[in-house]
Design a protein. Structure first.
Ligand SMILES: [Zn+2]
Ligand SMILES: [Zn+2]
Lengths: 353, 180
């Protein structure tokens, strides 16, 4: 059944690392916030209203499956699913932590390849999310917009002639769009250029977040860059701006990597080799330490140090080593030490195979 | 009371900060308080709530209170009953109609967060045709004002015809075409 695959396999469309600039940009994401008229926003809904919306979305999902996407979308009511399974979906960024904790009246529609997820009754009635490997925001936007059009056949969207799509928080009003990339920037962090760069990005109307942890200390040197405002510009304009800036960041990151390797090849190769050494021999490892070391190994792949390893393997590991995923694979709850042990074993085996 | 910072505009934000155990009071005008709030922009990790409260004059690192714009009845959405202060506390509106019922209070906030209050992107296909025409109409009316003020009567007559034509199209229900 689709659900079992969803909560047991780390691989999905984005983890295959096939997109443009995948050596720096892990994934591109488009999120559209939508609400319907005649129902209060989710935090004000009663159970009957929440169920009513889920029914409407179910008919909308049928429309999505008629527009000729490569992968079938299926809707799941979260209240019917085990808590650990929901936690796995959080680790895969397919639902929000809030939806996992309060599953009553919540649902999610997910495509088989996990490139589309539609959260129902989150902060807004709908959060349409589309995800792709590498830097491909424009294409991802086209998919999201198509899904949006299909849903609109069955849903009466709350739309204001002046303010656009109405959202429960005014920070999302207008386009309801948040375009973002997940980006790996070890070169810029190690050459101490990241802080200045992030400051400049904020002046350009973009927001930077550490993906696991905050600031430039973010574990794994993985960051999310997204648009700050959602109103006043067309979607294409917001996306083109983000993509143009991200391309510059990619260029700067590649320069920094070349510079590092060129200036101090011994020290760099030593550091990356040690990271590989620890990962392939540790018996107990926390996810924070693993994220840091995997970042070094990822950089090493780019520098040609680990010819047998691929970005795809690392992407899948990043998912599979998360706490809920480990426990799901084990079929039981694990205490933190057992988890760290399972994580170490998983990484060792994957790196060796 | 005048603003502590510029001394020019009336103070509407009253904040109390505790620095090294010393209580400091600040009374700022809308403009200066906003600039102060902008400083928190460089912190990339503020939550939406913090962002909102800083825009509402409650800097996340400061305990403060905003003087209500009017001391009268609390502004409330007639559809769902959400009040402006409930929104200010939780950062969420109650329903789509809140945008109309609380418009007077929301517009300045949206302007500050988003830099504008006018959407320029996608519209639902269903309403798209009409929405587009209404936007066209608004911009034509502006042009007309300009033409009249500039005593450019030929242009004004041309614009008036165009406006009439679009108005009748909207009356007829719009053709709904031309949306992308
Ligand atoms: Zn002032
Ligand atoms: Zn309301």
């Amino acid at each position: 059944m689709a659900w079992n695959k969803l909560v047991s396999q780390p691989a999905s469309k984005w983890t295959d690392a096939t997109g443009p600039h995948a050596e720096v940009v892990l994934s591109s994401r488009i999120r559209l916030a939508r609400n319907v008229t005649n129902l209060p926003f989710p935090h004000q809904m009663n159970e009957a209203q929440a169920e009513e919306l889920i029914r409407q979305v179910e008919t909308g999902v049928r429309e999505i499956n008629l527009v000729g996407l490569s992968s079938r979308v299926e809707l799941f009511k979260l209240a019917d699913t085990p808590a650990l399974d929901r936690q796995v979906l959080v680790e895969k960024h397919l639902i929000s932590p809030q939806q996992a904790q309060q599953a009553r009246g919540k649902a999610v529609a997910i495509s088989e390849d996990e490139s589309i997820s539609i959260m129902v009754n989150e902060e807004d009635h709908l959060r349409i999310q589309c995800l792709a490997p590498g830097l491909q925001l424009k294409q991802t936007w086209r998919t999201a917009s198509l899904v949006d059009d299909a849903l609109e056949q069955k849903l009466n969207y709350a739309f204001h002639a002046q303010k656009g799509y109405l959202t429960s928080c005014p920070t999302n009003v207008g386009t309801g769009l948040r375009a973002s990339v997940m980006i790996h920037l070890p070169g810029l962090v190690l050459t101490q250029q990241a802080g200045g760069l992030f400051h400049r990005l904020s002046q350009l109307g973009l927001v930077v977040r550490g993906l696991y942890g905050e600031g430039t200390d973010a574990a794994g040197h993985i960051f999310q860059i997204s648009n700050q405002t959602s109103l006043g510009k067309a979607e294409e304009e917001i996306i083109e701006h983000l993509e143009a800036v991200v391309l510059k960041v990619v260029e700067a990151e590649k320069q920094a990597r070349l510079h590092l390797h060129g200036e101090m090849p011994l020290q760099v190769e030593d550091r990356l080799g040690r990271a590989y050494g620890i990962l392939s021999s540790a018996r107990v490892i926390t996810s924070e330490e693993a994220m840091k070391l995997l970042s070094d190994v990822r950089l090493g792949i780019e520098m040609g140090l680990f010819p047998r390893l691929s970005h795809r393997t690392l992407n899948e590991l990043m998912i599979a080593m998360q706490p809920a995923f480990l426990q799901k694979a084990e079929g039981r709850e694990l205490n933190p030490l057992d988890r760290d042990a399972k994580r170490a074993t998983l990484i060792r085996t994957r790196l060796a195979s | 009371m005048q603003c502590d910072n510029c001394g020019q505009r009336p103070a509407v934000f009253h904040t109390t900060t505790v620095v090294n155990g010393q209580k400091q009071e600040a009374h700022l005008c809308e403009v200066c308080a906003h600039e102060k709030g902008q400083a928190s922009f460089t912190f990339p990790n503020l939550s939406i709530q913090q962002l909102l409260s800083s825009f509402l004059g409650q800097d996340p690192f400061v305990v403060g209170a905003r003087t209500a714009p009017q001391q009268q009845a609390e502004p409330t959405c007639k559809n769902c009953g959400t009040t402006y202060s409930q929104f200010a506390d939780g950062g969420r509106l109650g329903c789509a109609q809140c945008y109309d019922h609380l418009e007077m209070y929301l517009n300045p906030l949206i302007k500050r967060i988003q830099g504008t209050t006018v959407h320029a992107g996608k519209a639902p296909k269903r309403t798209g045709g009409i929405v587009r025409k209404k936007r066209e109409l608004a911009s034509l009316r502006q042009d007309l004002q300009g033409a009249i003020q500039g005593e450019n009567y030929e242009e004004a007559a041309r614009l008036r015809d165009q406006i009439k034509q679009i108005e009748s199209q909207i009356q007829a229900g719009g053709d709904g075409s031309g949306m992308e």
